[in-house]
Design a protein around this ligand. Structure first.
Ligand SMILES: [Zn+2]
Length: 99
């Protein structure tokens, strides 16, 4: 496997790192987005994780895009009305929440 920016030696303890799949998580305004299967060089001794800069940038951009879309879906006003029941009592507004 060849990938740019793979860190082969741990800068914390000098141990040889191993390529592993890890999860990358971004949390914003109570919404959490996690991407699994992210390639990283992981130190078997101290657990330090090194994600190649190019990969990290791409995935973090993607997670922020997903959070943007999710937040706008949450803040968009979805309403419901029936022309035959034209009363304020029957004017519905959607309320979304994360369980
Ligand atoms: Zn280490």
């Amino acid at each position: 496997m060849t990938m740019k920016g793979l860190k082969k030696i741990c800068s914390e303890c000098g141990m040889k790192t191993e390529l592993q799949a890890i999860s990358l998580e971004v949390e914003r305004h109570g919404i959490k987005a996690t991407m699994t299967g992210v390639p990283a060089m992981v130190c078997p001794r101290c657990g330090e994780q090194y994600i190649p800069g190019e990969v990290a940038g791409k995935i973090i951009d993607l997670l922020h895009n997903i959070l943007d879309q999710t937040e706008s879906a949450f803040h968009q006003a979805y309403t419901w009305t029936d022309p035959e029941l034209a009363s304020p009592q029957f004017k519905g507004q959607l309320i979304l929440a994360l369980a």
